[in-house]
Each structure stands twice: as structure tokens, then as C-alpha cells.
Design a protein around this ligand. Structure first.
Ligand code: IMP
Ligand code: MG
Length: 177
């Protein structure tokens, strides 16, 4: 079944996103070019399209790891309990880590991940966010941010509503929601 185009309002177009991804990739290269290796930690599932577009553009020595935190689950827009669904295999001690995440809303997920990673004693932890909804959460200062998000429940380019719409090449919201 096709999705209903008329119900989706575009907030950031495919072109806007791709241009911003290019700009951020340059910032990341400049920041990490003197480091021997950078560990990219992709937060599943929401960051998967952003990460794949961004990572291809980086002319750096990188290691790629995935982690999954469950927060919203299948319960639509209601925030739930946090737990780690996918434990990373790579060693983080003395490594430079860049976390690639889709969006920070309440900051609960970011604070949970930040604490988890600090316990692994990396050389540094930074955040690369596609979207930032509110002010910075406690203890988390995103270094790279794609866009400031409007106060809407956003879908597309990795972001889901009840596991749907992740495949949209743009970011928008459902008018009927
Ligand atoms: P937080 O813990 O409230 O900051 O929520 C973070 C997680 O909730 C993100 O990693 C997303 O997966 C999800 N999330 C938050 N806001 C949205 C949204 O507007 N659309 C889709 N997912 C969202
Ligand atoms: Mg997420």
C-alpha cells in the first residue's frame, strides 16, 4: 500500500538535507583529521539513513558500530522505559567516539547513552544530531546539529511513526496526527 502523500507536510526537503549533510561532513573532517581513528556509533534505527549518507562523505579513518536503545517502541509518540537492545562489540577505551543520532527530544535517551559511554573511558565523546527539538539536555552538548526541529512529531529520513515512514527521503509530519 502507498502512503498518503496528501497527509504528509514537508519540513526539510531531500535537497536541504543532502546539503546540510555535506556541510556537516566537512565540519567532522576538520575536527577529527588529526586523530588516528574515529569511532562512529550509530544509534539504531532512527539514524540509519542520516548515518549512511554522512559516513560515505567522510575522508577519515573510521570504525563503525551500532547501538540500539528502546524508548518509544511501538507505542506511538509516548515515551517509555529505556534499555539497551544492541550492545556494542567494539572497545571504546581511549577511543574518540562520535555518536550519530536522529533526534533529541526530552534528552532521556541521550543522557542514558552518554552515561553508558562515559563508563567505558573513551578519549572523547561527541554528538552528531540530525535534529534537535528543545534545548540541550543535561550533560550532553551536541557538537554537530543538522537542523533545529519544530515542535511536531517528525517522520521520514529514518524517523518513524509506529515503525512506518522511515524510508521517506525528506523530513515531515503527519497532518492528521
Ligand atoms: P528522547 O529520549 O525523548 O530525547 O527521545 C529520543 C528518541 O525518541 C529519538 O532517538 C527518536 O528515536 C525518538 N523520537 C523523538 N522525537 C521524535 C519525533 O519527532 N519523531 C520520531 N521519533 C522521535
Ligand atoms: Mg532514536
Amino acid at each position: 500500500m502507498n502512503y498518503n502523500q496528501n497527509d504528509i507536510k514537508t519540513v526539510f526537503s531531500e535537497e536541504q538535507i543532502q546539503q546540510r549533510v555535506n556541510e556537516i561532513s566537512v565540519e567532522i573532517e576538520e575536527t577529527y583529521q588529526s586523530k588516528p581513528v574515529l569511532t562512529l556509533l550509530v544509534v539504531m534505527k532512527g539514524a540509519f539513513l542520516f548515518a549512511s549518507d554522512l559516513i560515505k562523505k567522510l575522508n577519515l579513518n573510521v570504525r563503525i558500530e551500532f547501538i540500539e536503545v528502546s524508548s518509544y517502541g511501538e507505542r506511538g509518540t509516548l515515551s517509555g522505559q529505556l534499555s539497551l537492545r544492541k550492545e556494542p562489540d567494539l572497545d571504546f577505551a581511549n577511543q574518540h567516539i562520535l555518536i550519530i543520532e536522529d533526534i533529541i527530544d526530552t534528552g532521556q535517551t541521550a543522557e542514558f547513552l552518554q552515561k553508558y559511554l562515559e563508563e567505558k573511558h573513551p578519549a572523547s565523546i561527541e554528538w552528531c544530531l540530525l535534529l534537535q527539538k528543545h534545548e540541550e539536555p543535561e550533560g550532553v552538548k551536541p557538537k554537530f546539529v543538522g537542523f533545529r526541529a519544530p515542535d511536531k512529531f517528525l517522520i521520514g529520513y529514518g524517523l518513524d511513526y509506529k515503525e512506518r515512514y522511515r524510508n521517506l527521503p525528506f523530513i515531515g509530519y503527519l497532518e492528521s496526527l
